[in-house]
Design a protein around this ligand. Structure first.
Ligand code: ZN
Length: 269
């Protein structure tokens, strides 16, 4: 049984078992801003039903932290609410963005449910930063650089020391690097760190919410991964040795290194 946890004044997090995913609701004056919408219509309806436990707010706005299907395929269930996201998240979630194929490959057991999802990308777009009003409260959205994708954004909330960081950071699992920019990620994670204090609650896309020490650890990990790839690329280290030195478990260390090597070769972005 999952429940909402109020991690900061009027900021609720619910951690769903599927993908160990966090959904956030920022509340004010009977309205909610919902962060991410999960993978299917049934999962999105579950969020809507769970909102009854925190006073059945009207959903005034939705934010997609980035363009991966598990953060946005439930969007349609929240209409007519406006849906905010980075301009490149809209491209990633549109036709040709590859998310339908990505989802089908990742969770074949949900094929039927995924087939009924109509692509419904965010329609309120920004490039660097913007803010959204919920009730009488402002929520700031900012793009801090490429990392997990080229369109990850972070959210901060007026009157609460909380930072919602999407999949730029994952707690308890290796972040997904398949669409990532491993050479840019360290600077972007540093920019996340610069926005935290010792008291900031940091909510990742997946895994337990945490504090500044978790961000520091994540910065060190993405930095070490990029450095190891640099050594391989320069001919000073072989792949097996790099996997042994990786901050990630041996079973998940290959993809982060290979993606970084691809970026070093100029094969992506
Ligand atoms: Zn993601």
């Amino acid at each position: 049984m999952t429940t909402w946890t109020e991690v900061a004044d009027g900021v609720f997090v619910r951690r769903y078992r599927f993908f160990d995913q966090n959904i956030v609701a920022v509340m004010d004056r009977g309205e909610a801003l919902v962060v991410d919408t999960r993978s299917t219509y049934a999962q999105a309806r579950e969020i809507l039903s769970d909102l009854r436990e925190i006073g059945s707010p009207r959903v005034a706005a939705v934010v997609n932290t980035h363009g991966h299907f598990d953060h946005a395929f439930g969007n349609r269930m929240f209409r007519p609410a406006p849906i905010w996201g980075h301009e490149r998240a809209a491209a990633m979630l549109g036709p040709g963005g590859g998310q339908r194929e990505h989802a089908a490959a990742e969770v074949p057991k949900l094929a039927d449910e995924l087939a009924e999802v109509e692509l419904d990308p965010p329609d309120r777009l920004f490039t660097d930063s913007t803010s959204v009003e919920v009730g009488g409260r402002r929520v700031h959205l900012a793009f801090l650089g490429r990392g997990h994708t080229d369109n990850d954004i972070v959210l901060s909330v007026e009157g609460a020391d909380v930072l919602v960081v999407g999949d730029l950071l994952e707690n308890g699992a290796t972040p997904y690097f398949g669409d990532g920019f491993p050479l840019d990620w360290p600077a972007t994670a540093e920019a996340v760190l610069a926005r935290t204090s010792d008291r900031t609650v940091v909510v990742p896309g997946h895994g337990d919410h945490a504090g500044r020490a978790f961000v520091e650890r994540s910065v060190a990990e993405v930095t070490a991964n990029a450095a190891l790839a640099g050594r391989i690329h320069a001919g000073g280290l072989d792949l097996a040795a790099a996997i042994a030195l990786s901050p990630y478990p041996p079973g998940s260390a290959l993809e982060p290194l290979e993606r970084a090597l691809a970026q070093l070769r100029g094969a992506i972005g």
